[in-house]
Design a protein. Structure first.
Length: 350
């Protein structure tokens, strides 16, 4: 008889004695150990709702949204699903006002990143929401738990988009698990298929935090040329650096190596003010706003013009991402593939 993915994970918890996936997943009514990472402007209410409805956890990226827009996106997602979903806020900027609006709209999970979670934990928990915080080291994980964070995301260096630490997922995840046990740990970075998900579950993670794979979700707000570039990328096709720092200076990120990156590398990786083609207008957003070369904008579906030189955020797992599929199919496939692997491993010990 085929077990559900959640039952396999419970079995792994009993086997390893240190994985606590059942607590995190069951607490949110999840049946799949899959969290759709907050992939910036690519996030949509339809994407978050589809992942949550499938049994995972969908996320909205609201860090730079106006308050009214943030409220609208939360309400739109609530109209599409009755299941929990999360909101993500980057702490590079003050977020109390935006966080308050999210909690007033009923956000049940709040993810924070790129800063000190301490000023926000009490506010989140007073609203009976779960505080999830992303870290790049075991020491940072301990500090987050010490101030009351409920769940930790261990983000490996392989991750796409903005990357906080410099340690790969394979050594980072178990180090964080050991550091904060029994607090649940989610694993981010390089998880693009069921093999990666099974691996991080075996390392002690409660679920996988998956971004790059969901760039090719049918519900994602991603330009088709960006999706095609991700689908065609090799595992060596990304670069880690600060080349696309317009709007977020000095924040390291991982992107596909495109014409802008190649020109920047050929020029010796110069800093802002000395980069080739700087201040060149690349595309126009509907409504008239312009995107400049080296801007940090995500190539969304509404852009007019050639998006190839823009920031194509993607992780090293992009080599495993090939097809546009509905988000529910992606989430279930990840879990089913991981389940099959874990079944084979447990069967081999019988």
């Amino acid at each position: 008889m085929r077990h559900s993915a959640s039952l396999v994970i419970v079995g792994l918890c009993q086997y390893r004695g240190m994985v606590r996936a059942e607590g995190f997943c069951a607490g949110l009514g999840m049946t799949l150990p899959v969290v759709q990472a907050p992939i910036g402007s690519a996030c949509t209410p339809a994407l978050a709702a589809a992942v949550s409805d499938a049994g995972g956890l969908g996320m909205l990226a609201l860090s730079w949204m106006g308050i009214d827009d943030a409220r609208y996106r939360i309400r739109a997602t609530q109209q599409l699903t009755s299941r929990p979903f999360g909101v993500n806020l980057a702490l590079q900027w003050p977020q109390v006002e935006r966080l308050t609006a999210c909690l007033e709209e009923g956000a049940q999970v709040v993810s924070t990143f790129w800063g000190d979670p301490a000023p926000y934990t009490e506010l989140i928990q007073q609203a009976n929401a779960m505080h999830v915080h992303t870290v790049g080291s075991a020491e940072e994980a301990r500090r987050a738990v010490d101030v009351g964070v409920d769940v930790v995301v261990a983000q490996g260096w392989e991750a796409g988009g903005h990357v906080w630490g410099e340690v790969a997922s394979l050594p980072l995840v178990p180090a964080v698990v050991d550091a904060v046990h029994p607090v649940p740990v989610l694993a981010a970075g390089g998880i693009a298929d069921g093999r990666g998900l099974a691996a991080v579950l075996a390392l002690g993670a409660a679920a996988g935090w998956v971004g790059t794979r969901f760039l090719l979700a049918a519900e994602a707000n991603v330009h088709p040329d960006y999706q095609a570039a991700v689908a065609a990328a090799a595992e060596t096709g990304t670069v880690y650096g600060v080349v696309f720092d317009g709007g977020w200076p000095g924040a390291p990120h991982r992107v596909l190596r495109n014409s802008t990156v190649k020109a920047w590398e050929a020029a010796g990786r110069p800093g802002a003010g000395s980069r080739p083609g700087e201040n060149e207008v690349l595309v126009t957003i509907r409504g008239g706003a312009q995107v400049l070369r080296y801007g940090d904008d995500t190539p969304t579906a509404d852009l007019l013009g050639d998006v190839e030189p823009m920031a194509h955020y993607a992780g090293q797992g992009s080599a495993l991402v090939h097809a546009v599929q509905p988000a529910a199919v992606i989430a279930r496939t990840l879990a089913d593939e991981a389940q099959d692997i874990l079944n084979r491993l447990t069967a081999s010990r019988a």
